[in-house]
Write a protein of this length. Structure first.
Length: 457
C-alpha cells in the first residue's frame, strides 16, 4: 500500500503521512454512504436545515484550529483560513434558510384541469473531487447542498490537504451528521476513475484545471453521470477610460494576491485603456513592489508561500516562458533564495497573445498587464480567452459597466468596482473552458436532484 506525504510549504517540514486506500476500501465507503442516504432521504427539509445549522456552529467553534491546519498543509495565510471557516458556516446557514423553499413541491395543472406535482427528490451519492486552494470551503460548498437535497457525499480531496478533509468529516459527525453519509476517500487517479463508474455514484462534481475537467467529464459521460465542473480561468479586470485609478489599483492588488494568488476567480489579466495605462501601471507596480513575503501564521503577513514547491516551479516556469516571448518584468519575477515555496508579487508588462501570461492561468501572485486602445478594445481582449469564469470592470459610469457585464462579458460572474471570491447568495460558476453548472445562490441545491413529475387524475 502506497503512502502520501504532507509537507508544510512554508518550512519544508514533513507534517504526516497517510495510507492510500485500496479499490475495495474506496468502494466500501461509497456503499456506506449510499446505505446512509437511503435513511437520510426520508428526513424533512427542516431536519436537514437544522443539521446544517449545527455544522455551522461547530465550524465557528473550531475556526482557529481549522485555519492553523490549512496553513500548515497548503501555506494559506492563517487569517484567510479563519475567514474561510466563517464563509463555510455562512454557506451552511444560507442553505438552511433558503433550502426548504427551493426544494418545496410545486403544484401544477396538466391536461383538462388535472393536478400535477413537481417534487425535487435526492438522487443518491454525489462524488466530490476537490482541489487544495480552499481546503474546507471547496468540499463544504458541495456537502452543504448535498445534505440539504437529501443526498450522500463522498469526497476525494487533493492529497496535500488530506488532513483538512478528514477534520471536516470529524466535525460534521461531531455536529450530529450520520457517520456514513459523508465519506472521505484517499485514493489515486486510477481508483478515482473506477469510483466515477460505481453504480451507487449518481453524479460527479469537480473543481480544478480544465484538463482534469475534460478527463473527469468524459469518464462521467461514459457512465451517464451528470457533472458540475468548476474549472480554471485567467479572469480579466478592465480599467476603462473613466475608471477611478485609486479604486482600480486597490482592488487589483487585493484581487491578485488573495489566497497567495491561488484562486480560480483571482484577477489575473489587467486590461487597461490607453488613456489610463501609464497612471495605473505606475501606481499598481509601486504597491505590488511593497508586498513582502512572510510566515503565513503571522497576522501582518501579506503574502505567504505557494502550496508546494511543484506549484512554485510551475508559476516560475510560466513567467520565464512569458518573458522569453517578449513580456517585461515590472517587479518580482525571481524565485527567492529562502526556505519554503515562496514566489514574490510579480507584474508583467507588454503581455500579448501566445504567452502563458495571456493565454493560460497562472496560479500564483503574477499579474499580467495588457494595453487596450479604448473601452471596446478592452472588452474584446477580455473575451479573447478560452476561459470564462469571472472578471471585473472598473468604471465610474455604473450603467455603462452594467451593460457591458450583462451583454458582452462572456463569463459566469462579473464584479464592478470591487473584488471578492464567493458569496452564499450569488451563483458561482463559469462558461467555455471554465466549466458548467452552478453552486451557491440556491442553484447548487438543484444541480443534483430528480425534478420528478407526478401526474394525478
Amino acid at each position: 500500500m502506497s503512502k502520501i506525504e504532507i509537507v508544510n510549504p512554508a518550512t519544508e517540514e514533513t507534517i504526516t503521512t497517510y495510507d492510500v486506500m485500496s479499490r475495495k476500501q474506496a468502494f466500501a465507503a461509497v456503499e456506506a454512504s449510499h446505505a446512509a442516504f437511503l435513511k437520510w432521504r426520508e428526513t424533512s427539509h427542516e431536519e436537514r436545515a437544522g443539521m446544517l445549522r449545527k455544522i455551522a456552529a461547530v465550524l465557528r467553534d473550531n475556526a482557529d484550529a481549522l485555519a492553523t491546519l490549512m496553513t500548515r498543509e497548503v501555506g494559506k495565510l492563517k487569517k484567510d483560513g479563519v475567514t474561510e471557516a466563517e464563509l463555510c458556516a455562512a454557506i451552511c446557514e444560507y442553505t438552511a434558510d433558503t433550502g426548504p423553499d427551493a426544494l418545496a413541491d410545486e403544484e401544477r395543472t396538466w391536461g383538462e384541469g388535472n393536478r400535477g406535482v413537481v417534487t425535487y427528490q435526492p438522487i443518491g451519492v454525489i462524488y466530490s473531487i476537490q482541489p487544495w486552494n480552499f481546503p474546507i470551503y471547496q468540499p463544504l460548498r458541495v456537502l452543504a447542498a448535498a445534505i440539504m437535497a437529501g443526498n450522500g457525499c463522498v469526497l476525494k480531496h487533493a492529497e496535500i490537504c488530506t488532513g483538512s478533509a478528514l477534520r471536516l468529516r470529524d466535525l460534521c459527525i461531531e455536529a450530529g451528521l450520520p457517520e456514513d453519509l459523508f465519506q472521505v476517500i484517499i485514493i489515486d487517479h486510477d481508483t478515482s476513475d473506477e469510483v466515477i463508474a460505481h453504480d451507487k455514484v449518481r453524479a460527479v462534481t469537480m473543481t480544478g484545471s480544465d484538463g482534469a475537467g475534460r478527463h473527469i467529464g468524459a469518464k462521467a459521460a461514459e457512465a451517464l453521470k451528470k457533472t458540475v465542473l468548476e474549472l480554471g480561468s485567467n479572469d480579466a479586470y478592465l480599467v476603462l477610460e473613466d475608471a477611478d485609478i485609486e479604486t482600480a489599483v486597490k482592488f487589483s492588488v487585493m484581487g491578485r494576491l488573495y489566497n497567495n494568488g491561488q484562486t480560480c476567480v483571482s484577477a489575473k489579466r489587467f486590461v487597461v485603456t490607453d488613456s489610463n495605462y501609464d497612471a495605473f501601471v505606475e501606481a499598481y507596480v509601486a504597491q505590488m513592489s511593497e508586498i513582502g513575503m512572510g510566515d503565513p501564521m503571522e497576522e501582518d503577513t501579506k503574502l505567504g508561500p505557494l502550496s508546494s514547491a511543484d506549484q512554485r516551479d510551475t508559476v516560475a516556469g510560466q513567467v520565464e516562458d512569458s518573458v522569453k516571448a517578449g513580456a517585461t518584468v515590472l517587479c518580482g519575477g525571481e524565485v527567492p533564495d529562502r526556505t519554503g515555496a515562496y514566489y514574490p508579487a510579480t507584474v508583467l508588462g507588454d503581455v500579448t497573445p501566445g504567452m502563458p501570461a495571456y493565454d493560460d492561468e497562472i496560479f500564483g501572485p503574477v499579474a499580467s498587464i495588457i494595453r487596450a486602445k479604448d473601452d471596446e478594445d478592452a472588452m474584446r481582449i477580455a473575451n479573447d480567452s478560452r476561459y470564462g469564469l469571472g472578471g471585473g470592470i472598473f468604471c465610474t459610469d455604473e450603467d455603462h459597466a452594467l451593460k457591458l457585464a450583462r451583454l458582452y462579458f462572456d463569463t459566469g460572474m462579473v464584479r464592478i468596482n470591487n473584488f471578492g471570491a464567493a458569496d452564499p447568495a450569488m451563483p458561482f460558476g463559469g462558461v467555455k473552458d471554465s466549466g458548467y453548472g452552478r453552486e451557491h445562490g440556491g442553484f447548487g441545491i438543484r444541480e443534483f436532484v430528480n425534478a420528478k413529475a407526478i401526474f394525478m387524475n
